[in-house]
Design a protein around this ligand. Structure first.
Ligand SMILES: Cc1ncc(COP(=O)(O)O)c(C=O)c1O
Length: 354
């Protein structure tokens, strides 16, 4: 009844979205603030007749708007149904099992190995440094690989690499392999490596509207890179689903991209709350990796990540615990509103003192 392919699938496990009880949700890196109010205005007035028609398959206006924001022509922009879909198309277009392993960090976004399983791509996890940072040198040392992907800032650690490090990676790695920098969290204090796509034809930057633009529910992500890479993604899209972005999503995402005031205001609030939380938790003896993301990765002696997760959940606060060897003592905590972080800090004060 089921295909051989299907029997081998190992799906991604998303963070819990419980419906039974009201939790303070700090487990899926959602933005605690609402999206641009201009989107609400648009949705209230949207012409219902629009929905009779198929959307623009190329998301042309949205790609143009994203391109203008990053100073790139629309031909260097691809838009998809969340960056998860964009990444999935990238894995299909650029990596296979004939050119060695795909390289990504030992601790990283757990969807990467899932796509590798889906598309039969062998992969190799590259260890992090002792301080959990990514070292581009350890990728440069590799010779036989089908491509490279990592998030910057990395998830779930939050550590960040400057564009100069990405440039060093690009200069010293193979020109016939695609390198993808997944910038899902770049807006929370990091600097995008986007300008490097003009220098390196094999570099692709992937971003999302889900985090810094508060639109996880809208499902819009995008990739920036040279025309050839973007055309390849369009070919994959058109071989799978010509209309991944509905009309409302295309228009709302465009509005979000244009409302730079709202975007700047929210991201600044999140950065400030992150720094406030880090300072408080450090003073309580928690160990926290340096983060330029909208989450922090924390631990404390004499308590496991699982215990922290369970104790917080019991008190009505959800965080993410991975349990993978090497990071089993950590939990990842999304930066929420300041009042939520104050509740968290109070709970961690008690939990950490046992
Ligand atoms: C590193 C990373 N990349 C991509 C995504 C996918 O984001 P979306 O599909 O909502 O655009 C996530 C979501 O958590 C992520 O953590």
């Amino acid at each position: 009844m089921f295909s051989k392919r299907f029997k081998h699938l190992t799906p991604y496990t998303p963070g819990e979205q419980p419906q039974n009880r009201k939790y303070i949700k700090l487990n899926t890196n959602e933005n605690p603030y609402p999206p641009s109010p201009l989107i609400e205005e648009y949705l209230k007035k949207a012409d219902i007749d629009l929905l009779k028609l198929y959307p623009d398959p190329g998301s042309d206006k949205l790609r143009k708007t994203i391109g203008e924001y990053y100073n790139l022509p629309a031909s260097m922009v691809f838009a998809g149904n969340g960056s998860d879909e964009v990444l999935s198309f990238c894995f299909y277009a650029f990596f296979d099992n004939t050119n060695g392993h795909l390289l990504f960090p030992e601790h990283s976004y757990s969807f990467y190995p899932v796509y590798c399983g889906f598309y039969d791509i062998p992969y190799k996890r590259i260890p992090l440094e002792k301080d959990f940072s990514i070292s581009v040198d350890s990728y440069i040392e590799e010779k036989n690989y089908s491509g490279i992907i990592f998030p910057n800032p990395n998830a779930p650690t939050g550590t960040y690499l400057e564009p100069s490090e990405i440039k060093k990676l690009m200069i010293n790695t193979r020109k016939d392999r695609v390198v993808i920098i997944d910038e899902a969290y770049i807006d929370f204090g990091g600097e995008s490596a986007v300008e490097l796509v003009n220098l390196f034809d094999n570099l692709l930057i992937v971003q999302t509207f889900s985090k810094s633009r508060s639109l996880a529910g809208l499902r819009v992500g995008f990739a920036l890179g040279n025309n050839e890479l973007i055309s390849a993604l369009v070919t994959v899209k058109d071989s799978f689903n010509s209309y991944p972005l509905d009309t409302l999503a295309q228009n709302a995402a465009r509005i979000a991209m244009e409302d730079t005031d709202h975007f700047e205001h929210n991201k600044t609030r999140i950065i400030e709350t992150r720094e406030f939380t880090i300072n408080k938790l450090k003073s309580l003896g928690w160990e926290i990796l340096p983060s330029l993301a909208n989450f922090i990765f924390i631990k404390k002696d004499n308590i496991t990540g699982k215990e922290i997760y369970e104790k917080l959940k019991d008190k009505g606060l959800l965080v993410r615990y991975f349990g993978h060897s090497g990071i089993e003592d950590f939990v990842r905590i999304t930066i929420g509103k300041k009042e939520d972080m104050i509740v968290l800090i109070d709970l961690l004060k008690t939990i950490g003192s046992h």
